[in-house]
Design a protein around this ligand. Structure first.
Ligand code: T68
Length: 834
């Protein structure tokens, strides 16, 4: 009993003065003013919106931290198995609005701020996004945190505290320009834990020796030490006391004294250089999505973070004084892609080199502990590290990888004695020059479950990429958990009016904790008044986006037009080029119309947003083309309101919260078989937008749930892609005639110098059209004609919109979290009723 260890009179004094949470508007105002006056040293005379934001954030942070402390105590007391979610990316977005809603005191804050002369929306808009991620993978991690806290799972996230998140995107003369995102100044949501540090080793060499019992042992010596410092971010659940922790590691030179000695010895510069080199490790997020570059600093980041996190997890486990064999009963570690796959090797190293366990005993513990989530089948995204690089940076780890591989290959050889080829196919080491470590294979071999993120994707993993491993381990090692999204942020926070309307119809906000309750909405599909309210909300959301577009681009867009949105990272496989070619096709068609014909055109606004990786030339070319088309189309008097093209710069989480509720149709049009799941498709449908998409990723399950009547599908199927590519390769390729017309316009310099876009057109015409843009073009534009047609029937469209929302319950992140908990982690939620 921890309480009994404190003498009663002390306990009384502590309890008497223990921090209390504000519970209403007055108490909020008290805390807010106190923070503004004392923490921020401002007053009513010089409190601007930024200070009001900081004060509000600090007041809510106090609340979170009180609950965070209690949650940690409760979790330590109850001593259940915990989940550790290892992700190099957490794309959190803003925190204040989410915290207010999860804690349930947004109305108190609104009124309190208003009493003091502030509008809550303006205050919320002061916050800088926490953008420690690239796209879907990072956002999925953030949705996990929200859901695990909401469902009362004892769970920690572990990541890196990058000084620079994903770059900010500016558009200059139609080109993407990257600006650093320094986001840490005045971030009220993190708590530095200077007392929680871990020394992390790099380089050096391995010594073999005999231990006392005469056994051969290894020690990793010399090398360089960098210090990891913990920063904690509280993660409140929605409508529950649980406040979990996200721990982010920051790097620092190892010891002040060492620097001090150098400094005294007159080596000031080199002391500073050491420090800077150490701090570089957590300095910047790599800005590639679905691409691996094999840079040494990235490998350093990965090991630094894995080693610090494991040290921390083990430290916590050791406090329970349990035997090592119980480790997997206390600890479930989920690997978000292969980025943390070194954690497998690090745990094995600690168990055999430091804790003296036998190899087999250690390996059993390791494989029971880890689960691995794969997010992509794209070959260029699969991580491989060069053996010489790893040899230099992590010599002991490389040895262990070779041992893991040897034992694994021996077992494979025993089972398949007549299949010599299988050994080289499944070896962790690729026999290339230089040799490479295949991280996905390491992750499969070192964990007990591997999952894909949507049905088609998980099937493709089993039948293509990981086929041999299915043969070796059997099909049960591989599973599917289709992605989801948190309805708290992506419905309630992003679309408060729609959320309120749904709550009014269903009688409560319970659907935010059990999204399947949305199915009750179907009863109201034919309710005229309800439909009307639904339409009004969509219109207001479109007006909100139109204001944003006006303020950021200067363009006026007609809110009655069909808003057609594609926002996501720019990537050839996601096919923004297909979309912009479709827009050009529409533009050419309008230009060729008579005045009479134009009257029948359904006005459209084509909205794009997304960042290109700084080194991804083709993606940057696509952005350039979109902006050039916008310049021409938006100024053309022949077109007027019938077509507008908008590129929203610097697409991020907080912009997504404005954009998703405002779409009529959104585009999820990847080449079939290439998109792991997609999650923005879910966000758009949950907000009453319809989608046009290929049979890819989670589009397929969305169709299954909402029915084919409510989605616009087009294009070739995944099963036909290989064959088509093969044919193209052997010269069997004919450019679609509509696409040819589009290319001709580009080549006539209609959108500026054709040379600027020749790489793009020729990747299709001359280089095999790997992403099947031409093959899908006709089906794409015909499907868009069906979209126009459907949009004109307002009542039908509304019925589709409402029905789809009603059927989206499956895509709640809470369903996802429970599936992982049951089928991968074997973890129970914690009882928080006492
Ligand atoms: C995405 N992956 C998938 N990767 O593309 C998407 N990659 O289909 C899926 O819905 C989502 O993951 C969630 O499962 C990514 O976002 C990356 O961002 C990434 C980052 C670094 C290296 C490789």
């Amino acid at each position: 009993n921890v309480e009994a260890s404190i003498p009663e009179e002390l306990r009384e004094a502590w309890k008497k003065h223990s921090a209390t949470e504000f519970k209403n508007k007055d108490e909020f105002e008290r805390d807010l003013v106190r923070h503004i006056e004392t923490t921020l040293a401002r007053s009513m005379y010089n409190c601007d919106e930024l200070a009001a934001y900081s004060g509000t954030a600090l007041a809510f942070r106090d609340r979170l931290i009180i609950e965070w402390n209690k949650t940690q105590q409760r979790q330590t007391f109850k001593d259940q198995k915990r989940i550790y979610y290892l992700s190099l990316e957490f794309l959190m977005g803003r925190t204040l609005d989410n915290a207010m809603l999860n804690v349930g005191l947004k109305d108190a804050a609104r009124d309190g701020l208003s009493d003091l002369g502030f509008q809550i929306e303006d205050v919320i808009n002061q916050e800088h996004d926490a953008a420690l991620g690239n796209g879907g993978l990072g956002r999925l991690a953030a949705c996990f945190l929200d859901s695990m806290a909401t469902l009362n799972y004892p769970a920690w996230g572990y990541g890196l505290r990058y000084r620079y998140g994903i770059f900010k995107q500016e558009i200059v003369n139609g080109y993407q320009v990257e600006v650093p995102d320094y986001w840490l100044d005045n971030n009220p949501w993190e708590f530095p834990r200077h007392e929680i540090t871990v020394d992390i080793q790099f380089y050096g060499n391995v010594k073999k020796y005999q231990d006392e019992s005469g056994k051969i042992a290894h020690s990793w010596e010399d090398g360089e030490i960098v210090q990891a410092i913990a920063y904690d971010v509280p993660i409140p659940g929605y409508g529950t006391k649980t406040t979990n922790n996200l721990r982010l590691w920051s790097s620092k030179a190892s010891s002040g004294e060492f620097d001090f000695q150098k400094f005294n010895a007159g080596e000031y510069e080199s002391a500073v250089a050491d420090q800077q080199r150490a701090e570089t490790i957590s300095a910047v997020l790599y800005p590639n999505d679905n691409l691996e570059q094999g840079k040494e600093l990235r490998l350093k980041q990965q090991y630094f973070w894995c080693a610090a996190s494991l040290f921390d997890i083990i430290r916590r486990f050791k406090k329970t004084k349990r035997a090592w064999g119980e480790f997997p009963d206390q600890v479930a570690i989920q690997l978000n892609d292969t980025h943390p796959a070194l954690a497998i090797v690090e745990l094995q190293r600690i168990l055999i080199d430091k804790e003296g366990l036998e190899w087999d005993e250690a390996w059993t513990i390791v494989t029971k502990t880890f689960g691995y989530t794969n997010h992509t089948v794209l070959p260029e995204a699969l991580e491989k590290w060069s053996v010489p690089l790893m040899q230099n940076l992590l010599p002991r780890h490389l040895q262990i990888i070779y041992d893991i591989n040897m034992f694994f290959l021996q077992s494979v050889e025993k089972r398949f004695p007549n299949d010599r080829d299988i050994l080289s196919r499944v070896s962790i080491i690729e026999e290339s020059h230089p040799k490479m470590v295949r991280m996905a294979y390491l992750a499969i071999i070192g964990s007990h479950k591997v999952n894909g993120v949507a049905e088609l994707h998980s099937d493709l993993l089993k039948t293509t990429l990981f086929k041999d491993f299915v043969k070796i381990y059997g099909p049960d090692r591989f599973t599917n958990v289709t992605n989801g999204i948190t309805p708290r942020r992506w419905l309630h926070q992003a679309n408060p009016r729609l959320s309120a309307l749904i709550a009014e119809k269903l009688g409560s906000y319970d659907f935010l904790r059990d999204l399947t309750l949305l199915d009750k909405l179907e009863a109201f599909v034919d309710d005229k008044a309800f439909r009307e309210e639904w339409a009004v909300i969509k219109r207001e959301n479109k007006l909100r986006l139109a204001r944003h577009i006006k303020a950021t681009t200067g363009y006026d867009v007609n809110p009655n037009a069909l808003f057609d949105v594609q926002v996501k990272r720019i990537h050839e496989y996601k096919r923004q080029q297909l979309n912009i070619f479709g827009v050009i096709h529409r533009y050419l068609s309008i230009k060729a119309m008579s005045a009479e014909e134009k009257k029948k055109v359904v006005p459209r606004v084509s909205i794009f947003g997304g960042k290109a990786a700084p080194g991804y030339w083709m993606a940057k070319t696509i952005i350039h083309l979109i902006n050039k088309v916008a310049d021409v189309v938006n100024k053309d008097p022949d077109v007027g309101d019938l077509l507008k093209v908008i590129f929203i710069a610097d697409y991020n989480v907080s912009k997504a919260e404005i954009i998703c509720p405002a779409s009529d149709i959104s585009e999820h049009i990847s080449t079939a078989g290439t998109e792991g799941s997609g999650t923005s498709n879910m966000k758009f449908v949950l907000n009453g937008g319809l989608i046009i998409g290929t049979c890819d990723g989670a589009n397929i399950e969305i169709t299954r749930e909402i029915s084919e009547q409510n989605i616009f599908l087009f294009g070739n199927l995944a099963e036909d892609v290989e064959e088509l590519r093969h044919r193209h390769f052997y010269g069997d390729f004919k450019l679609d005639p509509h696409l040819e017309r589009v290319f001709n316009a580009i080549k006539d310099n209609m959108f500026g110098d054709k040379a600027d876009f020749s790489a793009l057109t020729s990747s299709i015409e001359d280089h095999g059209d790997y992403y099947l843009v031409s093959d899908d073009f006709n089906s794409y534009i015909t499907t868009h004609e069906m979209v126009d047609e459907a949009f004109q029937n307002k009542e039908e469209w509304l019925a589709k919109s409402i029905t789809s929302v009603a059927r989206m319950g499956f895509f709640s992140m809470d369903r996802v979290t429970n599936e992982y908990a049951d089928s991968i982690w074997n973890v129970e939620p914690l009882d928080v009723t006492d």
